[in-house]
Unconditional design. Structure first.
Length: 247
């Protein structure tokens, strides 16, 4: 009789040890009792009925999912290869367990197909110039589709865009042509401003003959400072005019 009591006590003690589980602060445990979900527990110390209750641990921390490079064709028929990174976390542990077989794999596959689908609906120029809006569009679509799984997609970021070599050369030529166009415009604007200033100066000199003569003397001073052995100095006929202030 004593042996039986000791055996029963030992069995209860072992069952109690086996039923004790410890969950970290970032973990939750979805409890199944005879195949039915009874709720989620944690964090900390929890107790399970051995043989009757089972636990599925769910990590609530943000997951960084690297989406492998995807081959896609943009709306303007350009073949591109794009990879991205998705940040998401589980908000509802029970839904993440019972609504999808593996929420990590499901989210990864959904991110790949969504990335290809969105890239096919936009032009290459939009992808290159408005990447932030494309990221927001991807995040919105993924967040809506993963909501039934208890998953929250917080951010999507396109990491790299690989273009065909021919397209890279064409874009380089386009950029070079754009730089030349801007340089010509700047040069033309400079010449226009210079001509306007010269026109204003000519008008002032025509109204003030003394200004023309002072400019002539300033030019002679500059020529005299040049290290040249021979200097030809033109003398305007206006200096010999009787009305000239130098006479």
């Amino acid at each position: 009789m004593i042996n039986l009591i000791i055996f029963i006590t030992l069995c209860i003690f072992i069952m109690g040890i086996l039923g004790i589980k410890i969950l970290n602060e970032y973990e939750r445990g979805v409890i199944f009792r005879l195949g039915r979900v009874t709720g989620s527990r944690g964090p900390g110390l929890i107790f399970l009925i051995p043989g009757i209750e089972q636990i599925v641990r769910i990590d609530l921390r943000t997951v960084t999912l690297d989406v492998p490079p995807q081959d896609a064709i943009s709306r303007d028929n350009v073949t591109i290869k794009v990879n991205a990174v998705v940040y998401f976390k589980v908000l509802e542990p029970i839904q993440a367990v019972i609504e999808v077989e593996n929420y990590l794999i499901a989210t990864s596959q959904l991110a790949q197909t969504t990335l290809r689908s969105v890239l096919g609906q936009i032009d290459l120029d939009e992808l290159l110039s408005s990447r932030e809006s494309v990221n927001q569009r991807l995040q919105t679509i993924l967040d809506i589709q993963t909501q039934p799984w208890g998953v929250k997609v917080s951010h999507v970021e396109i990491k790299q865009i690989d273009l065909p070599l021919e397209m890279q050369r064409a874009m380089a030529k386009q950029a070079e042509a754009e730089r030349e166009r801007r340089a010509k415009i700047i040069t033309a604007e400079g010449e226009l401003q210079a001509s306007q200033k010269l026109s204003e100066a000519a008008k002032i000199m025509s109204l003030q003959p003394m200004a023309l003569q002072l400019r002539y003397l300033h030019t002679l001073k500059e020529l005299a400072s040049q290290p040249s052995s021979t200097t030809v100095i033109p003398i305007p006929m206006e200096l010999f005019n009787k009305s000239s202030p130098f006479q």
